[in-house]
Every structure is written in structure tokens, then in C-alpha cells.
Design a protein around this ligand. Structure first.
Ligand SMILES: Cc1cc2nc3c(=O)[nH]c(=O)nc-3n(C[C@H](O)[C@H](O)[C@H](O)COP(=O)(O)OP(=O)(O)OC[C@H]3O[C@@H](n4cnc5c(N)ncnc54)[C@H](O)[C@@H]3O)c2cc1C
Length: 397
């Protein structure tokens, strides 16, 4: 192979252009937007958490869909290689809490500049404002890489074109769902807690007896449901179920305390403050925005004196602290989703090279593939590793 056509100038397409041109291939890059890396610009709240500095095994633990497919490409191009790549391109980097890597400047534009600068220096032919409508097919001389992204934040150019290209060329495309997305809840009390951020809580979802998700962390109530790290992570595990059925969210408000410790704590509050109203007594254990909602859920008169609370009342309050429930009816839409779950079926792609098993010479890289991960820099690492696998396989052909 002498030449590569890359469709999509996002994270995967830009990286593939750098790797392919550095390997001596002639590269043409097509991007429908007026500039490269439009989605990269908004990543990490404008700071671009471009990878997670972890081992390949730790990386794979954070991949939600088809982690096995990523085994080869992440071992060949690891998150340390990503940091090395950007440092080599002149970007100063830093690692923050949770091993998250960012540009030292905190500006995602510097990540784009590093890649775009290298693309220019290598003489890649970049065609901006050029939307590819029909997927070009590879021939003896020219390979094609489809790096058109998914469906999330369509305003950045990711409108699912790659799925259509894949289907038209005989590939299977699995159903797509918004993931890493806020969740919508039914109860009328939810908007009352809008803006409330809860730290150190446990969020659990079950289907029958099966635990679908149970993690400890931070949660935010919105005007119509929940967001924040716990809700986003949960959405990735519930994405395929929520379109079919509602699920009960169980919020453990005191995960560090045993049932016994919660009971003892309530008794202590009661004994120490006998004249306090129930709402003020329970208020010692809850953030203020939650108190009226919580009290209503117990069914106990908010003005009832603490001293008059019986065992049943205390048990109800203890039970609610352990499991505050509400109903999640849906995930928010693609316009709010960080990532797309589903995409070009990994069954039709060689995991070592990203080459199609249906059409030799045609490659797929990045979010267009049916691979997605949790937040923390893992999704961009998928883009870098799959781009490297594709570009180096073409160069070696
Ligand atoms: C708000 C937000 C924050 C995020 N933050 C992070 C983060 O901090 N860390 C992280 O790891 N991940 C993050 N992600 C996820 C990350 O952005 C994606 O995983 C990554 O951008 C996928 O790269 P990609 O190249 O496959 O697709 P994209 O970056 O979406 O690029 C695809 C490109 O292809 C172009 N294109 C599409 N169709 C055509 C066509 N027909 N012709 C020509 N061009 C076309 C598009 O215009 C686009 O530029 C975030 C996502 C969002 C939405």
C-alpha cells in the first residue's frame, strides 16, 4: 500500500494521519467541518482528558463494550505511548487524580494544535469542508480508514455516516445507544432536588436479583433526573435495557455505615435532641435540599417530636437512608451523550489491524466501532490505539 484515504478528522482520523504519514504513506484526510478536531475541543470540559495512564489490563477493565476486541491494539499502543506521542509532538502533559492525563496548559486546543501541526509538517493533504457521501473503496495502491465517530453531540460532526458506509459495504452494525449520559427519573420530587450534589453515596440498579450496576461515588440531581460521575457510568451499563423497561435506582446515602450503625446513629439523634421535630432531627444526617423530600418519603409527620418516634418510625428512616429509591425511565438523548454504544460490529473487523474482514483494505478506527469505555480518558485511548493499529497495518502491507 502506498496511499491512505482517511474519512473524518477527529481524534482517530488525525492520529491515523500522523501515524500513516510518519510511516511514509501518502495521506489524504477528509473532514466535513471547517476545522479538525471539533469534538476534541469540547472533551474533558475543554481540557481534554486525552488518556488514562494505566496498564493495558487496567484499561481493559474500563472498557464496557467488547473489551477483548481491544486487547491487541491497547497492548501495541498503550496509554504511555499516547503520553509519549504528545510529548514528542511538543505538548507538555500532566497527570491528575484517577491517573487522568491532560495537557499541562488545561487547553484542549493544544492537543488539536499538536496533532494538526504534525499533520501539516508531514505534508498530509487535508480537505476541510468536505463531506464524504459515499465510502471510497480501497484498491491495490490505496487503503481507506473510516474514522467518522459515533452519534453523540451531532453538532460536532458525528452524525453516524460511518455506520451507513459500513452497512452499504456489507458490514454488520449493532444497534446504537447514547451512553455516558444523564438518566431521566419519573418521580415528581426529583426537580425539588435539582442542583444537589451527593458525594460518597452508592448507586445500585438491579433487574430481579441480578445486579446491573453498583458503585460508590458522586451523584448530581438535575431538573429531570440524575447526572454526575455515578449516573454517567450507570448509563453505560443500562443503555441497552432502558429503552425496554424502567429501572429502580437504589441510593445508599450512608454506605460507610452498617445497618446497625445507622440505627444507633438515629437513636443517638433522638436521645440527644428529644424536643426537636423529626425534620430537624433527620436534618443532621442529610443535605438540606433533600430533607423535605426524604421526610415525605418516610410518611412521618415532619413536626413530630423526636422523643415520640417509635421503633417503626426509626426503622423506616433507617431503611430509607440505606435505600432511597426512585424510578429511572430513560437515558437522555445523543445530544447529551459523551459516547455512542454500539456501532460497526467487531465480528467483522480484525482486532489486530482494524481491517474489515469483508472488504480487505478498508479499515475502521475510533468511536465508529462497537467499543466504548467509562470516563477517565479511556475513550480517547480507544481512538489512539485503533488508529495506530490501522495505520501501522497499512504501512506494513
Ligand atoms: C462532551 C464530551 C466530552 C468528552 N470528553 C472526553 C474526555 O475528556 N476523554 C475521553 O477519553 N473521551 C472524551 N469524550 C469522548 C471522545 O470525544 C470520543 O471518544 C472521541 O472523540 C472519538 O474520536 P473519533 O475520532 O472516533 O470521533 P470524532 O472525534 O467524533 O471525530 C469524527 C470526525 O469525523 C467527521 N466526519 C463524520 N462524518 C464525515 C463524513 N461523511 N465526511 C467527512 N468527515 C466526517 C466529523 O465531523 C468528526 O470531526 C468526550 C465526548 C464528549 C461529547
Amino acid at each position: 500500500m502506498k496511499k491512505v484515504i482517511i474519512i473524518g478528522g477527529g481524534a482517530a482520523g488525525m492520529a491515523a494521519a500522523v501515524f500513516a504519514a510518519e510511516a511514509g504513506l501518502e495521506v489524504e484526510l477528509f473532514e466535513k467541518n471547517e476545522k479538525l478536531g471539533k469534538k476534541l475541543y469540547i472533551t474533558g470540559k475543554g481540557r481534554c482528558n486525552f488518556t488514562n495512564v494505566c496498564t493495558p489490563d487496567e484499561f481493559l477493565e474500563n472498557v464496557v463494550s467488547n473489551p477483548k476486541f481491544m486487547y491487541s491494539s491497547i497492548n501495541r499502543f498503550t496509554s504511555r505511548d499516547t503520553v509519549g506521542l504528545f510529548e514528542r509532538l511538543g505538548l507538555k502533559t500532566k497527570v491528575e487524580r484517577g491517573r487522568r492525563a491532560f495537557p499541562a496548559s488545561d487547553h484542549s486546543s493544544d492537543v488539536i494544535r499538536a496533532l494538526a501541526g504534525r499533520i501539516k509538517a508531514l505534508g498530509v493533504k487535508v480537505h476541510l469542508n468536505t463531506e464524504i457521501r459515499k465510502c471510497p473503496l480501497p484498491d491495490e495502491e490505496t487503503a481507506v480508514i473510516v474514522a467518522t465517530g459515533g452519534l453523540s453531540y451531532p453538532s460536532t460532526g458525528s452524525t453516524g455516516d460511518g455506520y451507513r458506509f459500513a452497512e452499504k459495504t456489507g458490514h454488520r452494525v449493532t444497534k446504537t445507544f447514547p451512553a455516558l449520559v444523564p438518566l431521566i427519573a419519573k418521580e415528581a420530587f426529583i426537580p425539588e432536588m435539582q442542583g444537589l450534589s451527593l458525594k460518597n453515596v452508592r448507586l445500585t440498579f438491579k433487574k430481579g436479583k441480578k445486579k446491573l450496576f453498583s458503585e460508590f461515588g458522586e451523584l448530581l440531581f438535575t431538573h429531570c433526573g440524575i447526572s454526575g460521575p455515578l449516573a454517567l457510568s450507570a448509563s453505560s451499563y443500562l443503555a441497552k435495557i432502558l429503552p425496554e423497561e424502567e429501572l429502580t435506582a437504589e441510593l445508599d446515602l450512608k454506605p460507610a455505615l452498617s445497618d446497625e450503625q445507622i440505627r444507633a446513629r438515629l437513636l443517638r439523634e433522638k436521645d440527644n435532641n428529644p424536643e426537636l421535630s423529626f425534620k430537624n432531627m433527620i436534618g443532621a444526617l442529610l443535605p438540606s435540599k433533600m430533607i423535605p423530600v426524604f421526610v415525605r418519603q418516610t410518611g412521618i409527620d415532619p413536626d413530630r417530636k423526636a422523643k415520640s418516634l417509635d421503633t417503626a418510625g426509626l426503622e423506616t428512616a433507617a431503611g430509607l437512608l440505606r435505600s432511597f429509591r426512585f424510578t429511572v425511565t430513560a437515558a437522555a438523548s445523543f445530544s447529551e451523550a459523551v459516547i455512542t454504544q454500539g456501532g460497526v460490529s467487531v465480528k467483522d473487523i480484525n482486532p489486530k489491524t482494524m481491517e474489515s474482514k469483508v472488504i480487505p483494505g478498508l479499515y475502521f478506527a475510533g468511536e465508529v466501532l462497537d467499543v466504548d469505555a467509562l470516563t477517565g480518558g479511556y475513550n480517547l485511548q480507544i481512538a489512539w490505539s485503533t488508529a495506530f493499529a490501522a495505520a501501522s497495518a497499512i504501512a506494513e502491507k
